[in-house]
Design a protein around this ligand. Structure first.
Ligand SMILES: [Zn+2]
Length: 315
C-alpha cells in the first residue's frame, strides 16, 4: 500500500461497520458503510475489505484503526465481545496486521468515540470526563487528565455491565441485571415491550398494529412527541436508569463533564431535562459538590470511526 498521510478508521458496530478516511487535518475524505456479519472469519473479511476499498479511493493509507464493541487487551486481542454475534476470543490486531500492509490500531469503540470527542468534539476543553454512548448497549469511556483510560489490562470503562439489580434480566455478557439492560437503546426497547405486554402502554401499540414484539425504543420517542402519557412515563423511567449510571460514575470518578453519545442522542431534546433532573436528585452530595456538565456528543455517528483513525496515527 502507498503510505500517503491518509488514515482509515473503522467503527465495527453491532449491526453495521462505518468506515472513514481522514487527511492530516482530520477532514473526512472518504466514507463507507457495510453490515456487520456474524462469525469471526466473516468479521475479519469485512474489516479488511472495507479498509482496502477505502485505501483504493484514497490512493493508499498510512495506518488503519478499528473500534470494536468489546474488550481488547493491549496486544489488540479481543477478549470478550457479547454484542457481536458468534465472535469469541480473537487476535484481532494480529490477523489484520497480516492482511493489511499498514500499522493497525484497535480499541474498544467507546474509547475511540471518546478520542474523537476529546480531540475535536464536546470534550475538547475538558481533562476529566466520562463518555456514555446510548446505542444498542451502553458504551463507556473514561478520560482522566486528558487521556482515555484503559486500566491495567486494557479492559476499563464498562459501566454498562455494572450490576444494578441482582434479580434483573439476563445480559448478553452472561450475567444478570447489568445497567445496559435498562440504560441503552435495547434497554429502552425492553422496557417499552414490557410495558406494552402488560397493558401499560396502549398508545405505543397503535404504532405497531398491536404487536408487542415490534415495539421499539423509537416508538417511545415518537409517543413523547405525540404527547402520549404512557410514552412520557416510559421516558421518565428510562431517564432514571441513565441517571443511575451517571450518579454512580460521578461518585467514583468526580468528572467535570459527562458526554452522552450513541444513536439515542438524536433525541437529546427529549432526554436532557428528565436525565439531568433525575441525576441531580440522586447524585451523592449534590448540594455541596461542583455541578457536572452533561452535554450531547458533538461528533455524531462518525465519532467511533473518526477516533479510531485519529488514534491510528500513533500506531
Ligand atoms: Zn452485562
Amino acid at each position: 500500500m502507498v503510505h500517503n498521510g491518509y488514515v482509515a478508521g473503522v467503527d465495527v458496530g453491532g449491526t453495521k461497520c462505518l468506515a472513514v478516511v481522514i487527511d492530516d487535518d482530520d477532514n473526512i475524505v472518504a466514507e463507507s458503510r457495510v453490515a456487520t456479519p456474524s462469525g469471526t472469519d466473516a468479521l475479519i473479511d469485512v474489516a479488511v475489505e472495507v479498509t482496502r476499498e477505502l485505501a483504493d479511493v484514497a490512493g493508499g493509507l498510512s495506518a488503519a484503526g478499528f473500534g470494536v464493541p468489546g474488550q481488547l487487551d493491549f496486544q489488540g486481542k479481543m477478549r470478550f465481545a457479547p454484542n457481536l454475534v458468534d465472535v469469541g476470543e480473537l487476535a484481532f490486531r494480529e490477523r489484520l496486521l497480516g492482511l493489511l500492509d499498514v500499522p493497525v490500531f484497535v480499541d474498544n469503540n467507546a474509547n475511540c468515540a471518546a478520542t474523537a470527542e476529546l480531540t475535536l468534539g464536546a470534550a475538547r476543553d475538558s481533562r476529566q470526563a466520562v463518555l456514555l454512548t446510548l446505542g444498542g448497549g451502553l458504551g463507556n469511556s473514561i478520560i482522566v487528565d486528558g487521556v482515555v483510560q484503559r486500566g491495567a489490562h486494557g479492559l476499563a470503562g464498562e459501566l454498562g455491565h455494572s450490576m444494578v439489580d441482582p434479580n434483573g434480566p439476563l445480559c448478553p455478557c452472561g450475567r444478570v441485571g447489568c445497567l445496559e439492560r435498562y440504560a441503552s437503546g435495547s434497554g429502552l426497547t425492553r422496557l417499552a415491550q414490557e410495558a406494552a405486554g402488560s397493558g401499560k402502554a396502549p398508545n405505543l401499540l397503535t404504532y405497531t398494529d398491536g404487536d408487542v414484539e415490534l415495539v421499539r425504543g423509537e416508538h417511545v420517542m415518537r409517543g413523547v412527541r405525540d404527547l402520549h402519557d404512557d410514552a412520557i412515563e416510559l421516558l421518565e423511567g428510562f431517564s432514571w436508569w441513565v441517571a443511575v449510571g451517571m450518579a454512580n460514575v460521578v461518585a467514583v470518578l468526580d468528572p467535570e463533564l459527562i458526554v452522552v453519545g450513541g444513536v439515542l442522542v438524536s433525541d437529546w431534546d427529549l432526554l436532557e431535562e428528565p436525565v439531568t433532573r433525575n441525576y441531580r436528585a440522586m447524585v451523592l452530595a449534590g448540594s455541596t459538590r461542583e455541578p457536572v456538565r452533561i452535554v450531547p456528543a458533538a461528533m455524531g455517528e462518525r465519532a467511533g470511526a473518526l477516533g479510531a483513525a485519529i488514534a491510528a496515527r500513533g500506531a
